[in-house]
Ligand binder design. Sequence first.
Ligand SMILES: [Zn+2]
Ligand SMILES: [Zn+2]
Length: 133
Amino acid sequence: MTRTGGCRCGAVRYTLDAEPFAVRLCWCRDCQYWTTGNAAVNLLVPRTAVRVEGGLDGWDSVADSGHHMRRSFCPRCGTPIFSEARENTERMVIRVGTLDDATGIVPTTVIWTDSAPAWATIDPALQAFPRQP
Ligand SMILES: [Zn+2]
Ligand SMILES: [Zn+2]
């Protein structure tokens, strides 16, 4: 199934031509910045299945997992769209909120629950990991 998505303003558009490996909620401290304080909803997908139109800006950092991450966002509206680890050349993350239609995308895993705030409700139906699995 092909899915499409993009940033809020429309300057960046992408196509995904594969089923995701996983759908994960992430409570890592970094994701809380991009999501204004909540868990990120991340689609793990094959890098080769993603085609991007429009220019992205990016920011490089070392995550709590030790991975060298690049987070990509629209330089105009600031929507976070992708993240990639230098250590993982096969997979990348798409932020689920950027999909045009996220029907059928259901999280199965929650990671970095150790960094979640005290008020966070962790769904017991999800496979939970205190840190990076
Ligand atoms: Zn934009
Ligand atoms: Zn995260």
